[in-house]
Ligand binder design. Structure first.
Ligand code: GDP
Ligand code: MG
Length: 243
């Protein structure tokens, strides 16, 4: 029996966390969830701990609390290592803010039987975004186009954060060598996955902007992404040969 886990990084998601957990677990997919919280000032982690203590979802919910806010990339790397130390075959990335509808999870779990990385994609036929500002659409679409062109890859949605990895992919990538702390992390993971020769599939998703809480997108994160794409391209040979 293959076992999956969803890693959800959280930073100030107190208004969303219970809703997303309920939505996922009510689908009865047999997957666990790991929340990786960077010591949220709004105490998101306390809410999660309370739910764990109440055994609401038996032993399927897990919590990792990190001391400082270090960016989504760092949170994922810590979460991935936790998962690899346990017997999970599929590791899913998902946001806490309800932008990623859990209804797509069954399609991820189906496709991951055949592919090594399944990406929920806004930019393939049937995919899209709802309620995003024109600026946010431009940054996202422009960012994907920029990264795709410089890196020479064919993935349409390079920056999306709703995806599913086979365990073997995360084992093949040296997680300690990941250079991206912010959203560039998504681009970097895709690039490293492709350079290692793994099979990638994009499945359409409709992404809805968050209603509650704040986006953590910032100028710093944006600039990191622009620079890291170039750095990754320059390091292509080392990534292919090493890990
Ligand atoms: N642990 C942790 N989670 C983060 C950090 N930055 C963002 N997140 C989480 O990552 C997910 C995506 O972030 P979000 O701000 O919604 O990004 P956006 O939708 O691209 O604006 C959400 O679940 C956030 O709570 C961070 O520094 N640490
Ligand atoms: Mg979001």
């Amino acid at each position: 029996m293959h076992k999956g886990i969803i890693v959800i990084p959280t930073y100030n998601e107190i208004e969303n966390i219970e809703i997303i957990l309920d939505k996922v677990f009510s689908l009865n997919l047999g997957v666990d969830i790991l929340i990786v919280d960077d010591n949220s000032p709004d105490k998101t982690y306390e809410k999660v701990q309370e739910i764990i203590d109440n055994k609401l979802y038996k032993d399927a919910l897990h919590l990792m609390i990190r001391e400082n806010k270090e960016g989504l990339g760092k949170a994922y790397v810590a979460g991935f290592k936790w998962c690899l130390a346990r017997k999970y075959d599929f590791i899913i990335e998902m946001d806490a803010d309800l932008s990623h509808d859990p209804k797509y999870l069954p399609s991820f779990l189906e496709n991951i039987k055949e592919y090594d990385l399944v990406i929920g994609s806004r930019y393939v036929q049937g995919g899209g975004v709802v309620n995003w500002s024109l600026l946010r659409k431009f940054i996202s679409f422009g960012g994907s186009t920029y990264a795709r062109t410089i890196l020479g890859i064919s993935i349409k949605d390079v920056t999306g954060g709703f995806k599913c990895f086979r365990r073997e992919v995360l084992e093949a990538i040296d997680l300690d060598n990941i250079i991206s702390a912010g959203y560039a992390f998504q681009i970097e993971m895709n690039y490293r996955t492709i350079l290692k020769g793994f099979k990638v599939k994009e499945v359409p998703i409709i992404f809805e902007d968050r209603i509650a809480g704040q986006s953590k997108m910032s100028k710093k994160i944006f600039i990191e992404a622009l620079l890291n794409v170039v750095t990754l391209r320059l390091n292509k040979k080392a990534i292919v040969e090493g890990s």
